[in-house]
Design a protein around this ligand. Structure first.
Ligand SMILES: Nc1nc2c(ncn2[C@@H]2O[C@H](COP(=O)(O)OP(=O)(O)OP(=O)(O)O)[C@@H](O)[C@H]2O)c(=O)[nH]1
Ligand SMILES: [Mg+2]
Length: 357
């Protein structure tokens, strides 16, 4: 069953493949493709295949330090013994799956070995794949409960400097626009010089409006004015870019809390999504960032960027187990199209993919 969030916020492949159901959407969210358009759906399928291949390709370094290593565990060995489990532990730790998650996976594996449920490399791999998928599925909750009855869906985007907030906002704007949504971008990072210019470049590229003020303006007042602007103009989605760095960490968290309060005052219930952006290449640092931001503002969703070309893709598993916060999107490149709804099954399939890519 499709969540309204996905329909509303641009999971275009789902909207298009379930065209018959789109018309009963309360808000009449429109699909980007004419119903029944055969060539459009063929094109869509091609894009889907292409994206899966790129995801698989992006995860290739993680696969090499993880899945391929599991295969080597069994070289010259027939049984799963203590030594093999020690080697497995090292592989899991190296793949940034995290100490606690690794211990839990090992305990479960030992239990299965005791019950003689695992005998060879393939069985071990299948068991790990299932366990990993269950972590990812557990954290995967829809956001239907927070959708506004009226007015725009306000997304506050946070994260430390350089993780990919502005890029992710640009990609999201592209995605939502393609799904027929009217998008407004808000430059609430007034601290870093050139931050608002960067957002305006994305606005031009995607063809959406950007609200910005001069550098050094109070971010909360930028947001206040932006929501005033958005409300009477029927924007569907408002994406708010925030600063990644201020003079001190305390300042940053206090400022984010203030922005959040201002949003709620202007549009009760907003922000409807507090999206924390994490850079997958930072491995365990991403975990401490998630903890810090979550304590300050109750993060409701995560976007994990730069999964392309990192060996630290195992961080996805760690995050899902540590926090009950769903990963909404993953970034696998710098281009507009390089953002994907996070789908646990697809991710695990790409991670364990059989090709050497
Ligand atoms: N390879 C890759 N690069 C990415 C991805 N997402 C963002 N980037 C790059 O990461 C760099 C930083 O991205 P920004 O969007 O400017 O990061 P930010 O969080 O807005 O940074 P500040 O505004 O300084 O806090 C840019 O060079 C982006 O192109 C991704 O998924 N893959
Ligand atoms: Mg930025």
């Amino acid at each position: 069953m499709l969540s309204w969030f996905k329909k509303k916020l641009g999971n275009t492949q789902d909207v298009q493949s379930e065209q018959g159901q789109v018309s009963d959407d309360m808000d009449g969210a429109t699909s980007a493709v004419e119903p029944g358009s055969v060539s459009a759906s063929a094109q869509q399928q091609e894009n889907e295949t292409g994206f899966f291949l790129r995801l698989k390709d992006g995860l290739s370094r993680t696969r090499k330090t993880f899945v391929r290593q599991i295969d080597t565990l069994f070289l010259g060995k027939k049984t799963i013994d203590a030594e093999l489990l020690e080697d497995l532990e090292e592989i899991l730790i190296m793949a940034d799956i995290g100490a606690a998650t690794t211990m839990e996976l090992l305990d479960k594996t030992r239990e299965q070995v005791r019950r003689n449920a695992l005998s060879d490399a393939q069985a071990l791999k299948t068991a790990l794949k299932e366990m990993i998928l269950s972590y990812l599925l557990n954290a995967n909750q829809p956001v239907d409960s927070v959708l506004p009855a009226h007015g725009p869906f306000v997304v506050m985007v946070l994260g430390v400097n350089g993780v990919g907030k502005t890029t992710t906002i640009g990609k999201l704007a592209h995605k939502f626009t393609r799904a027929g949504q009217k998008v407004l971008l808000v430059a609430a990072d007034t601290f870093r010089a050139a931050a608002s210019e960067q957002l305006q470049i994305w606005g031009k590229r995607v063809g959406v409006e950007v609200v910005a003020q001069q550098a050094g303006a109070d971010p909360s007042s930028v947001v206040y004015d932006a929501l005033d602007y958005a409300r009477p103009r029927n924007f569907d989605v408002v994406l708010v870019d925030t600063a990644g760095r201020l003079h001190t960490k305390v300042n940053l968290m206090e400022e984010l809390k203030k922005i959040k309060r201002v949003m709620d005052k202007k549009i009760p219930g907003a922000p409807h999504e507090i999206l924390l952006v994490l850079d997958a290449t930072t491995g365990q640092n991403a975990i401490s960032q998630a903890r810090l931001f979550n304590e300050a503002v109750d993060v409701t969703g995560l976007a994990l960027t730069k999964l392309d070309g990192t060996a630290k893709g195992g961080i996805v598993i760690n995050i899902c187990r540590e926090f009950n916060i769903p990963i909404r999107f993953i970034g696998i490149g710098e281009q507009m199209e390089d953002l994907r709804d996070f789908e646990p099954n697809e991710f695990v399939e790409a991670l364990f993919g059989e090709s050497e890519a």
